[in-house]
Design a protein around this ligand. Structure first.
Ligand code: ZN
Length: 323
């Protein structure tokens, strides 16, 4: 039951009923409701767009932090790229060059990834660009590290090989010759001590008293220690590998046997005058790929440049060899 409302009529000085048409009232309510609904929609719309909920605020903060962290990561990646670029540069211009390996071309080091789009899953977000670029960067960095690591493996093998080669090459004088007075005759045309004819002298003669120690001039294996080679008397041949063989002739005594492994500087025998020899001395030869070459070029392991030029001067004197 709706309440009946009255109003005071001042003309008639009495209360009168307020009468309204029912239809108008209904219309009025409908309008009011509609307006209310519209207004609430408007409010929700405004609130949704211009007013943030605490949850949204928290999410926004997290997103901002994430972007900041990405930025930091990218800076760190820049540092890593710089360090790696420096290693790559040294690798190409020093290490690989030194060990006679070809430098790795830039394109090969920095090659990207072809074929399928690896970053498809990361597409379609507001921050896709940031995430994809960071991913691309780190992927390239990883690939470059793999290339560099492989290169260093290669260098390690080459270095080991080079070390072996350097230890094997007959690179010191076979007798103690500190004051360089022990060299009697060099490689080249010399007067034969027996026939006095000029003929090729294939090695170097070091004068020394009988029993003076003789040293292996490089790492290798003794392939001969006998007197079965005409003229050389008691002699030793060491195979150093890489095509190098050294020969020590006219020995008084051996200190090694055939097949024995020797290191540079090992005592292998003693100076004598066996075979075709005029006086106690060591006749020393070097073979490279079965050809005899001038030993003078192989003493760099123990001589200063000054000593070398002094020795060179003495070795080029066209004197008589001791054979
Ligand atoms: Zn000689």
């Amino acid at each position: 039951m709706s309440k009946v409302k009255y109003y005071y009529d001042s003309e008639t000085l009495s209360y009168k009923k307020i009468e309204r048409k029912k239809r108008r009232t209904f219309k009025f309510i409908l309008l009011f409701l509609l307006a209310s609904i519209l207004f609430s929609f408007l409010l929700v719309f405004i609130a949704g767009h211009y007013i943030e909920s605490p949850k949204e605020k928290a999410l926004k903060r997290e997103l901002a932090n994430l972007e900041f962290q990405y930025e930091l990561l990218n800076k760190k990646m820049s540092q890593a790229e710089t360090v790696l670029a420096n290693i790559e540069e040294r690798d190409n211009t020093i290490y690989r060059l030194y060990f006679e390996a070809n430098p790795i071309p830039e394109e090969q080091r920095k090659a990207g990834f072809g074929g399928v789009n690896r970053y498809k899953k990361l597409e379609g977000f507001d921050n896709s660009e940031l995430i994809i670029n960071s991913n691309k960067r780190i992927d390239k960095l990883l690939k470059r590290i793999v290339v560099q690591s492989k290169s260093l493996d290669e260098i390690a093998v080459l270095a080991e090989e080079k070390e072996k080669l350097l230890a094997s090459i007959p690179a010191i004088q076979p007798v103690n010759n500190k004051d360089l007075t022990r060299m009697a005759s060099g490689y080249g045309m010399r007067s034969d001590p027996f026939t006095k004819q000029r003929k090729m002298h294939w090695g170097m003669d070091f004068t020394a008293p009988r029993g003076t120690p003789i040293y292996a001039s490089g790492d290798g294996v003794v392939v001969r220690a006998d007197s079965n080679s005409s003229g050389y008397g008691n002699h030793i041949r060491i195979d150093h590998g890489y095509g190098y063989v050294s020969l020590y002739a006219h020995l008084y005594k051996y200190n090694v046997q055939k097949k024995q492994k020797v290191k540079r500087g090992d005592l292998i025998g003693f100076v004598g005058s066996t075979g075709r020899s005029e006086a106690p001395h060591l006749h020393y030869e070097i073979f490279k790929d079965d050809q005899r070459i001038n030993p003078i070029n192989f003493y760099y392991g123990s001589l200063t440049p000054e000593e070398f030029s002094k020795l060179l001067e003495r070795a080029s004197l066209e004197n008589q060899s001791l054979d």
